[in-house]
Design a protein around this ligand. Structure first.
Ligand SMILES: [Zn+2]
Length: 237
């Protein structure tokens, strides 16, 4: 279902997203397909989504704990491992060396054959895409190239932590306004929706969400010549 040429011992897809529920919203069907093909999926969540409540009296720590639990459940549905939570501030992601170094470390720890992250250049919706989505995607791409590849960037990770530089050969950008690569999710849409519904705190009407998401997969599929699809901007590095 994909053109990624990954050796058996290195089939890792690293998914870097801004908030809990982003992965389920944009790419979990494709990740589930990769997992079924034998890939290992690693999720990195830049924030724990502690602003994601309409109740002004809720404590951010309470919201974050709930959303991390939901993200763990969603990852389990897809067959991904325990998510990595960077716990940076929701709504406060910055394009800086701190976030870049954190993402370089995850790339050097996991040596992915494929990175999935937000499209920071042509995000959807254009002009009003969430700031955290734009920042997470931008810094993830920068971390991939050239920072994780070149050993004199964040050299302490190599000298003190024993990590190795890594060049990621391929990137799929989700949440893109200019997709050019369609992945068949006919076999995994149900798992994707179940995973998305694990984010119960972000779901007011589960039946309506399931119906609208099937319709979205059908619409995306029509554009890609498939019955049900997710869409990406694909980069080879
Ligand atoms: Zn988000």
């Amino acid at each position: 279902m994909n053109d990624v040429d990954a050796p058996d011992e290195a089939k890792i897809c690293l998914v870097i997203a801004a908030h809990p529920d982003d992965i389920e919203s944009w790419c979990a069907g494709s990740v589930a397909s990769l997992v079924r093909e034998g890939w290992r999926a690693v999720y990195v969540l830049c924030t724990s989504g502690e602003k994601g409540t309409s109740d002004p009296d809720e404590l951010p720590d309470t919201v974050a704990a709930r959303r991390e639990a939901e993200q763990r459940a969603a990852a389990a549905v897809i067959g991904a491992g325990e998510p990595i939570f960077l716990r940076l501030p929701d709504g406060g992601l910055q394009d800086n060396a701190h976030l870049r170094g954190l993402l370089v470390r995850e790339i050097r720890r996991h040596h992915p054959s494929l990175l999935l992250t937000h499209d920071p250049v042509h995000p959807w919706p254009p002009f009003t895409a969430h700031r955290d989505h734009r920042i997470a995607g931008r810094v993830a791409l920068d971390a991939t190239y050239p920072y994780a590849r070149d050993p004199l960037h964040f050299p302490e990770q190599i000298r003190a932590e024993g990590l190795a530089p890594h060049a990621t050969p391929e990137v799929w950008l989700f949440n893109s306004d200019q997709p050019d690569y369609y992945v068949d999710i006919a076999d995994t849409l149900a798992a994707k929706i179940t995973a998305r519904l694990a984010h119960a705190s972000q779901t007011s009407d589960p039946a309506a969400l399931a119906a609208s998401w099937r319709a979205r997969a059908e619409e995306t599929g029509r554009r890609g010549g498939l019955a049900l699809a997710e869409a990406f901007k694909r980069l080879t590095l």
